[in-house]
Design a protein around this ligand. Sequence first.
Ligand code: AMP
Length: 545
Amino acid sequence: MHGLMMDVPLSLPMIARRALSLYGGRSIVSRRADKSLHRTTYREMLGRAGQLARALQRLGVRPGDRVATLAWNHARHLEAYYAIPCMGAVLHTLNLRLHPDDITWIANHAEDKVVLVDKVLWPLWEKCASRVNAQHVIVMTDDGVVPPGTLEYEALIAAEAADFAWDDLPETTAAAMCYTSGTTGQPKGALYSHRSIVLHAMGEGMLCALGLSERDTVLPVVPMFHVNAWGLPYACAMFGAAQVHPGPHLDPASLLGLLQDERVTITAGVPTIWLGILQALDAAPGHYELSRLRTMVVGGSAAPEAMIRAFEERHGLHVLQAWGMTETSPLGTTAYLSPELLQKDANTQYAYRAKQGRPVPMVEVRARNEQGIVDWDGTSMGELEVRGPWVVSSYYLTEGADDRFTSDGWFRTGDIVTIDRDGYVTIQDRSKDLVKSGGEWISSVALEGALMGHPDVAEAAVVAVPHAKWDERPLAVVVPRSGQPFDEAALKTWLGERFAKWWVPDAIVQVETIPRTSAGKFLKSALREQFKAHYGSADNATRGG
Ligand code: AMP
């Protein structure tokens, strides 16, 4: 209709142009494989990204083609984040923690035409290379030496002019893709559009999310191969925040060093990373100067309340819990407190900050069980469903109807939740992790959170184990704090004071480590398998992964 607002496409070149014109001098710091630091700026990074885009065009990459990366978080990977989508191709980040067979399957399913590989990851890529039909392999390294038959990144881009045009693209063009880690069944691809990434970046900048601005320096611990490092490489450029990338070094000392020395204001990652950081801080109180760090975003698994408290009370550090999925770009909800909750006592506030939180603007939530859509009463459990402009509408190249999508346009998350009357969502479990004892659900997430609140416990996971009488009973697997073997009876009493008697696990076993998924979460399917016969014979232990 005449007189309407401009129909400006929401595409990534818009973010690149903004960063070039307004934030060209802002810094991008990366830790190299040899631990030294590399420093660049948005201007230089985007200049090189333009050269990479031209080089890929010269290699025959056409709009819509998939270009994969197998790389840690660093400035060259960031260049690929801009070059590939902005030339109309699709950035496909391969998860380097997967088995080579899975990487191979995923690269072939996506039909990746070109692959960019970190030289330090060459031994991994070699196990896939002969089985993947990529036309070119580009190796990213600092020493200029690359394996035979591959192209060297620096030489490749040096041959190109730095005059890439950063022209808008139609907003529904595919920009990036990520496969779900998929502990069951085949991995599935989520395909992000330019529009969804731009809107998501804007959403991440909102105050109820990260409240991003050019005063921030952001360190994404979350890998660039896991949901685009939660969209931070794009959101930071949109708002002008400086970026710090840890490269392959994700140990607590390396991360704490960067957080301190680069004066980081916001960092983000999964709880297992922060549990390690907390132990390091506890072991050396006051050793790190982190007064600039204003928010540690924790998502990917439930952040235990005890961890949120410990950071705040012992180290003055603020944890913000966020919930999301590969399929939701990932930002879905944040545990940002309402003004009413800010009037409440500290215990109430901690309890709310340990929830997954309320949906951010543009994301809608509801939960459904066998009876239909559940009330927002804080107690009725149901499967969380979401919709919004950065939520997938189907999986990449899957045939036929998929039961993850409802007929009225919502995505079924597989998370079992309660929603209270103010809209705060609490995850009780992944549907496959729920413990169903005597026909009643027990929340493993709630038990884990309470166990990790006990002073003798460093990490805890609770899994369902087949049981002759109750069908399933909970079993807790616990990593004790160093040098402090735990007392099983005392831990059971601790849980008995907090939960109904029948929720308390029948057994609490001690382990040295809890296996992790490729995204760094507790791999509960492995624990279920390991302990499946703990409450009886393995014959009736049929629960699968
Ligand atoms: P992924 O697609 O690998 O990022 O995994 C998404 C799943 O991680 C969700 O469906 C949840 O089960 C879980 N998850 C993500 N964030 C949280 C959170 N803050 N608390 C509990 N579980 C979470």
